[in-house]
Design a protein. Structure first.
Length: 145
């Protein structure tokens, strides 16, 4: 991802954000879950065995963590991004230790001159191209100095 400053004037409708490939490691999930739910009992998020008891093939990444990961595609795009809103739809279970591809596309840009707001669609896919999480985000970028 770009670590350079991106400004409102730099972005056009249809611009791609990403793609970014990353793998959610089990220890990252354990740390996230322990911050949110300090319950020492295994769950579908932290234990393959507990997940299988619930009919899942593997331990899964919690929904709140998936939302955070989806947000990062924008906040990692540029330090100038101010994320205002994100809505997601979960379409599949997100497993640990599997490669995921995050991408986005700019779908709206306030051209009125009254704001520097933009909108984009974002997607998390597995390596087979199956969409596991889809979403829509609203964000702002500063105007070029």
């Amino acid at each position: 991802m770009s670590k350079k400053n991106i400004y409102f004037e730099d972005v056009e409708l249809g611009d791609d954000i990403g793609p970014v490939t990353r793998t959610v490691k089990s220890d990252q999930v354990f740390e996230f879950v322990s911050l949110r739910e300090p319950d020492p009992n295994p769950s579908r998020f932290t234990s393959e065995e507990a997940a299988k008891k619930e009919g899942l093939p593997n331990a899964i990444v919690p929904g709140a963590m998936n939302i955070a990961l989806m947000s990062q595609i924008l906040t990692d795009w540029s330090p100038t991004v101010c994320l205002k809103k994100i809505d997601v739809v979960f379409r599949g279970m997100v497993p640990h230790e599997k490669s995921l591809v995050f991408s986005g596309i700019v779908t709206d840009k306030d051209e009125s001159g009254d704001s520097t707001d933009l909108e984009c669609d974002i997607v998390m896919e597995n390596q087979e191209g199956v969409r596991l999480v889809i979403g829509h985000a609203e964000f702002a970028l500063p105007s070029r100095p």
